[in-house]
Design a protein around this ligand. Structure first.
Ligand SMILES: [Zn+2]
Length: 102
């Protein structure tokens, strides 16, 4: 689930709730959706939080990657959000579940 931007203007975000930068706006946030200072040390997520609905949006992909605890989403809206694993650790899975012994 991604947010939209105005045509020809990738900075003009339109959240799924209808919020735009000139309404409630978007603020740099951490993984929990708490507002933080956009310094390289603090701002490691490159995420913004929508100050109307509380969705957490990834800056590069415009993907909704979560919601802060103080959000206005319904249960159904929250189901559409796929939590994005920021640091993927590849894990080999054996589909049969069988244990191979050497
Ligand atoms: Zn929103």
């Amino acid at each position: 689930m991604r947010i939209r931007t105005e045509l020809g203007c990738s900075d003009a975000w339109i959240c799924l709730c209808g919020n735009t930068p000139i309404d409630e706006g978007f603020y740099p946030c951490n993984r929990e959706g708490e507002e933080i200072e956009p310094t390289p040390e603090e701002w490691t997520t490159h995420c913004y939080v929508c100050d109307r609905c509380g969705r957490i949006i990834q800056l590069d992909t415009l993907e909704v990657v979560g919601v802060r605890s103080n959000n206005t989403l319904t249960v159904d809206e929250r189901k559409d959000i796929q939590p994005v694993v920021l640091h993927k650790t590849p894990r080999l899975q054996n589909p049969t579940g069988a244990v191979h012994q050497i």
